[in-house]
Design a protein around this ligand. Structure first.
Ligand SMILES: Cc1cc2nc3c(=O)[nH]c(=O)nc-3n(C[C@H](O)[C@H](O)[C@H](O)COP(=O)(O)OP(=O)(O)OC[C@H]3O[C@@H](n4cnc5c(N)ncnc54)[C@H](O)[C@@H]3O)c2cc1C
Length: 302
């Protein structure tokens, strides 16, 4: 990254909100990845407009919420990585919640408990931001975030701010059309319902208990690595293929949940990538089923 861009970043974001040459391990739940040339912390729309203009000059700009669905290559990223956590906040009008993109799902859950709003319990335990959840249409088997969306406000790929209703956006299993249409997702309006505080807490406690029982939450990971192929569960196929506990370097197929790859301590992103390839090859050879990644790969991989 050249000095002119570095100076521009420092002038725009201030020295407390720019870091150069920092490891991606600090910004991903896998705790892997190489060096990021520049990390910035935008906090308002004009920062996004600035980043858009830089991207038009040819500088690569990417956004990270909690980095909980990302595998960043060991070569790192030579552009600008913008962390969204300073674009955060929730306001309420009756059953509608306006939520800024960098708000953590856990903050939304706490807000709903405090204000007796139900309908969002299914998001409990998903370690991401609203922005990342909208991009991925995050959720569980029974419910995805698209089901509680009324509007999304985003900057499109031409640099124009848009406000679209839920039905104007394509939603699919762990996919939303925002991935192609947006440069940046800024906020959303979600619809909940008046709930009973005890029932809300009970539901959340149950979901969290199930997660603790079935997921390897003590290790760094990015959740489910592969999407469930139609009619199958990726985890079940990987388990049946005998891959639980299989390791490449420091990356291991979790013993607890076969669709999780965990970082046992010193995994590189290449270890995770090579393990993913090995799993895919095994499942194709054994069942003739292609496993599509649910996690997102960013950067160069072998
Ligand atoms: C232990 C564990 C359990 C998990 N369980 C689930 C689960 O049950 N269900 C589920 O769906 N997922 C699950 N996940 C995966 C992950 O938490 C979700 O995909 C989550 O929605 C990602 O949010 P994030 O903020 O971390 O996004 P990131 O990983 O930071 O980013 C994901 C993508 O969104 C983009 N992005 C993020 N914010 C913005 C923005 N404001 N504007 C534009 N682009 C943006 C990024 O550039 C990237 O392309 C789990 C992960 C872990 C580690």
């Amino acid at each position: 990254m050249n000095d002119r861009i570095k100076d521009l970043l420092l002038n725009t974001f201030g020295k407390d909100c720019v870091v150069f040459n920092v490891s991606a391990k600090n910004f991903t739940s896998f705790k892997t990845g190489g060096e990021l040339a520049a990390v910035v912390f935008p906090s308002e729309k004009k920062h996004i407009e600035f980043l858009f203009n830089l991207s038009k000059e040819g500088v690569s700009v990417r956004f990270i919420g909690c980095g909980s669905n990302l595998l960043i290559s060991d070569d790192g990223f030579d552009g600008i990585m913008a962390i969204t956590k300073k674009i955060s906040g929730i306001s309420r009008s009756e059953k509608e919640l306006s939520v800024l993109a960098g708000t953590k799902l856990s903050t939304l859950i706490k807000f709903c408990i405090k204000k007796d709003i139900s309908g969002f319990e299914f998001l409990a335990g998903i370690p991401g931001t609203i922005g990342g959840a909208l991009i991925n249409n995050a959720g569980i088997k029974e419910k995805s975030i698209s089901q509680v969306v009324l509007f999304v406000e985003y900057m499109d790929k031409n640099g124009l701010w848009q406000r679209k209703g839920k039905n104007e956006i394509i939603w699919d299993y762990r996919y939303s059309g925002l991935r192609e249409k947006s440069f940046f997702v800024f906020s959303t309006v979600l619809i909940g319902e008046k709930g009973d505080p005890d029932q809300i807490k009970k539901k959340i406690a149950l979901i969290m208990k199930k997660r603790k029982e079935t997921q390897p939450l003590v290790f760094p990971s990015a959740g489910s690595v592969f999407k469930n192929p139609p009619g199958f569960f990726a985890g079940k196929l990987i388990d049946q293929a005998g891959l639980k506990g299989f390791k490449v370097g420091g990356a291991m197929v979790s013993e607890k949940h076969a669709n999780f790859i965990v970082n046992t301590g010193n995994a590189t992103s290449t270890d995770v990538f090579n393990l993913m390839k090995y799993i895919q090859k095994t499942i194709i050879n054994r069942y003739n089923i292609t496993l599509e990644p649910e996690i997102e790969l960013l950067g160069r991989f072998p």
